[in-house]
Design a protein around this ligand. Structure first.
Ligand code: C2E
Ligand code: CA
Ligand code: CA
Length: 744
């Protein structure tokens, strides 16, 4: 208490005297101008007139004079005691004195005096406690008795006795009345207390509580006196103050307020108080009359719900909603960055090791990213394997890109989940808050565009710019027309011949996707493949391409051309348990032997060797061949050679080109080729463009070649013509070191 008051006085030193005064409570000081005082003045003046009208000679003059004096004394009474209690006492003393003098002056009206005094004390009996009433009643009886004795009225002793009996009766009645009034008030207060509340009156001008009833201490922790003395602005939580505090100037009488705020308890904890109040006038002063209840449990529940709604359950990080809110806070600022992060290959972990492992991985990622960030940066999980970072403050792009690299480095370190060591990489889209594009929705959309650009191009991060948006709208147009293109056959396979180096004849073809787009012309996979594979229609696209491959195989067989047909597949399709059924049914429908089909999977696409091995086994059992595409561009090249059921390896364009140019690469190509052939793989060298390359490959014992030197990818009819022309040319058309042109 002392320390509280100290702090109040320290905080608002100038207000100290005011603070000290306010403790007196509800009772407004009685002023000479109060209506009540004026009414008494008028009443005494009127009585004086009545006394004057008695025409009783000197007696009525003296009485009238006395009553005029009493009237004049009324406005002076508050000077002897201005608070309600003191005024009441001064008033009753003055009234009894006036009555006693009146009796003394006009003994003929003796009984009137007795009745008057009796009614005065009756009023006092109801309003004041016994301990104040009793002396006043005794003095009144004594005064009247003395007045009677002095004037020699013979019945004065009996009259005084009667007055004493009346006073005692009034005293008893007053005590009873106060008790029952108190009990009624107690019932109401008990009800309010039971609801965890208390009632109060507050002076709006000072902002202080002037009267309070109920168990204040239980609710707010402060005892009643402290609660009245302290300036509540010092107790209300700063965040709640503006919503709670009513300004004197704004509050209109009759206005109702329902407000909630946190109040600081003496022990430093907070209690939520809901306050229902009305602006009223009490004794001429604008005041608040209302009651306060403790709503902490409801508010805490609300806060918990709000908190849960803003938190990602798995990682405890802010969720999408919270991120949007954080961005909204910065809506009118520029210079901060939003980074959208998406993990690559997360789905594989989830699918092969299970959801628990996936969750575990996400938690590790969340921890690692958090550890990279500064105290003002915000990390959120948007759902699935998507995270977002807000880098606060003005940073230049190079700095942010470096930060993202650091995050990527941490995330890409191997993680052990469910006893298996896995690695994931990430793709990030960075967007800087610029004038006119710093609202949450735009920022998120732009970061999404750049994140997909990063995924498409296989880099860690891409910074958003306007050109990217144009590319994206083109991608959107592509996706938009995909379905139609698949149905119309605008998007289909062209076939590139694969030549046998030894015999010089076409040994197979590889299907490569081509899109004859009505707006953009003939598109190669570079323009659409990643977008399509990332879209929801990726599965449909792949099935259609496989069907094109099967149809081509059937046409080639019909034309008497005995070759294999290769189709490129994303690993995730190969792993789909429904895939072999689909292939079998497609082959059945076209009367094609599954042994004609080769499925090419890119080496970089292979991560989890356990699940891929069983998928490969299923395909091999079906009679088809698995070819590992772009072999040597991924990691652990030789380790890959240990897979039992892979039959074919394809060496990428670069390996062949570099081998001609650099002796070191030539040595590598020679040893890889030698080892692969030794291990029994059929090897295809791709991207063969020159005779020099072909000669080198032949020297190194490469059995199969593919490239522009022989033919580009062509519609199936052109492939059939190509084969026919080759047959027609016989030996001369065969693959040789010095053909005039690979084909004409
Ligand atoms: P890839 O499977 O490695 O295909 C070989 C790529 O090299 C093809 O590019 C082909 O047109 C090109 N090429 C052929 N001969 C030469 C040459 O002598 N010199 C040079 N520089 N390039 C040559 P394309 O058709 O643009 O395909 C690119 C990649 O797209 C393919 O690489 C393949 O990974 C993917 N792809 C193509 N079609 C499909 C498909 O239907 N499904 C899937 N999932 N991927 C496909
Ligand atoms: Ca391929
Ligand atoms: Ca390839």
């Amino acid at each position: 208490m002392t320390s509280l008051m100290d702090s109040v006085f320290r905080n608002r030193a100038g207000d100290a005297p005011r603070a000290a005064q306010i403790g007196r409570g509800l009772e407004q000081p009685v002023s000479p101008r109060d209506a009540y005082v004026i009414a008494r003045f008028i009443a005494f003046a009127a009585l004086a007139l009545v006394a004057w009208s008695f025409q009783d000679g000197a007696t009525s003059q003296r009485l009238a004079l006395l009553l005029v004096g009493a009237a004049i004394a009324q406005p002076a009474l508050p000077l002897f005691g201005s608070d309600q209690d003191s005024y009441r006492l001064v008033q009753v003393i003055s009234d009894v004195l006036t009555s006693a003098i009146a009796v003394f002056l006009a003994p003929a009206y003796f009984w009137l005096g007795v009745v008057g005094v009796a009614s005065i004390v009756a009023n006092f009996a109801v309003l004041t406690p016994m301990r104040r009433y009793v002396p006043v009643a005794i003095c009144s009886v004594a005064a009247i008795g003395a007045a009677g004795a002095l004037t020699g009225i013979d019945q004065f002793a009996r009259a005084a006795l009667l007055l004493a009996i009346l006073a005692a009766g009034h005293g008893y009645m007053g005590a009873r009345t106060r008790q029952s009034m108190g009990a009624a008030r107690g019932d109401v207060l008990e009800a309010i207390s039971a609801a965890g509340g208390f009632a109060y009156v507050c002076d709006l001008q000072t902002g202080r509580i002037v009267d309070v009833a109920g168990d204040v201490e239980r609710v707010v922790g402060w005892d009643t006196d402290s609660w009245k003395l302290v300036d509540h602005r010092d107790l209300i939580h700063p965040d709640d103050l503006s919503g709670f505090w009513l300004d004197f100037d704004d509050a209109k009488v009759g206005e109702y307020a329902d407000r909630t705020a946190r109040f600081r308890r003496p022990d430093g904890t907070w209690v939520w108080i809901r306050d229902l109040t009305r602006v009223v006038t009490i004794a001429g002063r604008r005041s608040l009359r209302g009651f306060s209840i403790d709503v902490s449990s409801q508010q805490d529940g609300l806060a918990r719900v709000e908190n849960e709604a803003a938190t990602d359950e798995l990682t405890g990080l802010p969720n999408r909603r919270a991120l949007l809110a954080e961005l909204a806070v910065r809506e009118h600022q520029v210079g901060h960055h939003l980074v959208l992060i998406d993990l690559n290959r997360f789905k594989e972990v989830n699918d092969t090791l299970g959801h628990d492992a996936g969750d575990e991985l996400l938690e590790v990622v969340a921890d690692r990213v958090s550890a990279c960030l500064g105290p003002t940066d915000v990390l959120a999980r948007l759902g699935g394997d998507e995270f977002a970072i807000i880098f606060d403050g003005e940073l230049d792009e190079v700095h942010v890109a470096a930060e993202v690299e650091r995050v990527a480095f941490e995330v890409e370190r191997p993680v052990e989940v469910s006893g298996v060591v896995v690695t994931v990489s990430l793709s990030a889209g960075i967007v800087r808050a610029e004038q006119g594009a710093s609202d949450p929705v735009t920022m998120l959309r732009h970061s999404d565009i750049s994140m997909y650009a990063a995924k498409r191009t296989g880099v860690t991060s891409v910074l958003f710019d306007r050109a990217l948006e144009a590319v994206t709208s083109r991608q959107a147009a592509i996706i938009g027309s995909l379905r139609e293109a698949l149905d119309s056959g605008d998007l289909c396979l062209h076939f590139q011949p694969i030549m046998d180096v030894g015999t010089g004849v076409m040994a197979g073809v590889e299907g490569l996707a081509r899109w004859d787009h009505p707006d953009f012309g003939l598109l190669t996979p570079e323009a659409f493949l990643n977008t399509v594979l990332m879209s929801e229609q990726s599965g449909e696209f792949t099935r259609r391409m496989v069907l094109h491959g099967v149809a081509a195989a059937s046409e080639l067989v019909s034309a008497g051309i005995d070759v294999t047909v290769a189709v490129n597949l994303p690993v995730r399709v190969l792993e789909d348990p429904a895939f072999d059924r689909f292939v079998l049914e497609s082959c059945d429908a076209h009367g094609v032997d599954t042994g004609r089909l080769v499925f090419e999977i890119a080496e970089q696409d292979i991560h989890d060797t356990v699940s891929i091995t069983s998928a490969i086994d299923r395909v091999v059992q079906m009679g088809s061949t698995i070819s590992v595409d772009d072999f040597g561009t991924g990691h652990a090249t030789f380790e890959r050679l240990r897979w039992g059921n892979v039959e074919q390896l394809k060496l990428g364009n670069e390996a062949i080109r570099d081998a001609v140019e650099r002796s070191r690469d030539r040595a590598i190509l020679k040893s890889v080729l030698g080892l692969a052939v030794e291990l029994g793989y059929s090897v295809v060298a791709e991207g063969v463009e020159t005779h020099e390359q072909l000669d080198l490959l032949r020297t190194f014992g490469c059995p199969l070649v593919q490239g522009y030197l022989f033919a580009p990818a062509m519609p199936i009819d052109a492939v059939i013509e190509f084969a026919a022309a080759q047959r027609g040319r016989g030996e001369a058309g065969r693959v040789s070191s010095v053909p005039p042109r690979p084909f004409d």
